[in-house]
Design a protein around this ligand. Structure first.
Ligand SMILES: Nc1ncnc2c1ncn2[C@@H]1O[C@H](COP(=O)(O)OP(=O)(O)OP(=O)(O)O)[C@@H](O)[C@H]1O
Ligand SMILES: [Mg+2]
Length: 124
């Protein structure tokens, strides 16, 4: 099983997620592994999380949560949108969820390729 990716793009996507965890969370924890035909990377923080109703909207360009928080921390609201575009271009996806213990977990899933499909030299 193989993971074919554009390292600079994927690095940028992960950096966005880690920046968010630091900015809006506090303690950041990252882990990764393999599940069936996917690799996953999980970034968790212990911040306030995101209201469930906004978990999809935060992926919209320029969408940011309450203004007070935004002024304080000053991002443009593009990070998640760009990160998801990059990961989806690799056939994967990013999902966000609130943790029972508090804080957010961002999960990046990337499809693994079998050796045979790798030999077909699929464009990535
Ligand atoms: N780990 C997190 N915990 C709590 N809220 C988050 C977290 N990550 C993102 N958010 C919320 O989602 C919004 C959108 O995030 P996104 O990364 O797209 O933009 P940004 O961080 O505001 O700016 P940029 O990434 O462009 O510098 C953030 O403004 C914040 O309100
Ligand atoms: Mg961001």
């Amino acid at each position: 099983m193989n993971l074919r990716l554009r390292p600079q793009s994927v690095r940028r996507a992960l950096r966005n997620l880690i920046d968010n965890a630091e900015r809006y969370g506090g303690m950041v924890d990252a882990s990764y592994g393999r599940e069936n035909d996917h690799a996953f990377i999980r970034i968790t923080d212990n911040g306030s999380g995101i209201p469930n109703a906004d978990l999809e909207q935060v992926f919209e360009p320029y969408f940011r949560l309450e203004k007070s928080r935004s002024r304080e921390t000053g991002g443009t609201g593009l990070g998640l949108s760009i990160a998801r575009t990059i990961i989806r271009a690799h056939g994967g996806d990013i999902s966000l969820a609130n943790r029972a213990e508090g804080g957010l977990v961002a999960t990046v899933m990337l499809p693994l390729e079998t050796q045979s499909s790798n030999n077909e030299r699929t464009m990535t």
